[in-house]
Design a protein around this ligand. Structure first.
Ligand SMILES: NC(=O)c1ccc[n+]([C@@H]2O[C@H](COP(=O)([O-])OP(=O)(O)OC[C@H]3O[C@@H](n4cnc5c(N)ncnc54)[C@H](O)[C@@H]3O)[C@@H](O)[C@H]2O)c1
Length: 349
């Protein structure tokens, strides 16, 4: 049924389905359980060599670590039954963080037919990014947090803070309490109120992330902090720290019983990541680090509840595309979106 209504691949039809956020949400994008299933499956495929995902190309403006804004290009090919190519054009702006009405990060995803190379779907990538970033942290937390985790501290009550509440609640069924920490306490209060009663957990807003972390088995960082603030004094046995940004410093990596990254080949190209700095200093080897693919393919991760585990991510473009493809299929079946064309007839061929 879906096949009839989707744009036929392998043909020379230049039609593109354009999906805006509202269409994506109707097509099920806020279903964290679904996004986490896609996440586990995508990392399995990555681990089995079915995905090409070259490291993202980063363009900072101005150049270097002091960017005011940046753009990343994240291309991939997903082989197997899916057989699609795609790219996420990912961007973030410091200025947006204090400008009402615009998200800090804004992304666009393009899906293409690998045979004809025609694009067949363009959609917002902003909510996909938030959902899949938290889904990766959720999957990492599922395998890395102690088995009896009841308390988590989530640091950063922004866009990804919201989806992180969804992800940890899906990932950790034993969870009872979430401390939602932000340097902007009114923001933490507002997001805690927004999610109150949606999951069987108590969400407590706080500005004191360190005190909350001391009471938690799971600590998750999803902030816009430009310098690490989680240092060795936060590390304790029987816990896990999962970061989607640069919250943890190199001592956290060095003290971890197990280190996990989302995708080694890519993260190692980003010199501002703590794990890269420890690797470049020769203080950890490739063999000592697990990838998220290893976790979902069944490699042992936490072998003792007393261990301290650190997991981090940089973001896998292929996951944006597998999630976008599912939303494209759902939206097509539901008749959502706007159909546009690259051309009626190409001027030159
Ligand atoms: N790993 C990935 O795949 C991935 C993907 C997308 C975004 N990210 C990163 O996620 C982070 C959050 O993005 P967002 O869109 O949610 O941003 P956002 O602006 O919506 O929210 C960030 C929040 O962090 C808070 N914050 C900043 N410094 C803090 C600190 N030291 N302690 C506590 N709170 C602090 C801010 O007050 C804000 O509420 C960014 O750093 C972004 O680069 C990672």
């Amino acid at each position: 049924m879906i096949r009839e209504e989707t744009i036929m691949l392998g043909t020379i039809n230049s039609e593109i389905l354009f999906l805006q956020q509202e269409d994506q949400i109707k097509a099920g994008l806020l279903d964290m359980k679904m996004v986490m299933e896609i996440t586990e499956n995508t990392y399995k495929m990555l681990g089995q060599g079915q995905i090409q995902n070259p490291p993202k190309v980063h363009l900072g403006i101005p150049a270097g670590q002091v960017w005011e804004s940046f753009f990343n290009t994240m291309p991939c090919h997903i082989a197997g039954d899916m057989n699609i190519a795609g790219v996420k054009w990912a961007a973030e702006s410091k200025k947006n963080a204090w400008t009402p009405g615009i998200p800090y990060g804004i992304d666009v995803s393009i899906l293409s037919d690998p045979e004809t190379v025609l694009p067949f779907c363009i959609q917002d990538g902003t909510i996909i990014t938030a959902m899949r970033t938290s889904a990766v942290a959720g999957v990492q937390a599922k395998y890395c947090a102690p088995s009896d985790t009841e308390t988590a501290t989530l640091i950063g009550a922004g866009v990804i803070g919201r989806t992180m509440i969804m992800a940890v609640c899906e990932a950790i069924p034993t969870l009872k309490t979430i401390y939602l920490a932000d340097i902007d306490l009114p923001k933490a209060r507002a997001v805690a109120a927004e999610y109150a009663g949606k999951y069987p957990v108590e969400i407590i807003p706080t500005a004191d992330s360190k005190s909350a972390a001391a009471k938690s088995e799971l600590i998750v960082g999803e902030t816009t902090a430009r310098k690490p603030f989680i240092d060795k004094s936060w590390v304790k046995p029987h816990s896990a720290i999962v970061c989607v940004s640069n919250e943890a410093d190199t001592d956290v990596v060095k003290l971890a019983d197990v280190n996990v990254v989302d995708y080694w080949d890519q993260i190692i190209t980003f010199k501002n990541k703590a794990i890269t700095q420890v690797y470049d200093a020769g203080e950890i080897t490739r063999e000592e680090v697990l990838e998220t693919s290893d976790l979902v393919l069944g490699k042992p991760v936490r072998t003792d509840d007393e261990q301290f585990i650190y997991a981090c991510s940089l973001g896998l473009g292929a996951l944006d595309i597998t999630v976008a493809y599912k939303i494209y299929q759902n939206a097509s079946a539901m008749g959502l979106g706007t159909r546009v064309r690259l051309w009626d007839k190409p001027l030159w061929e």
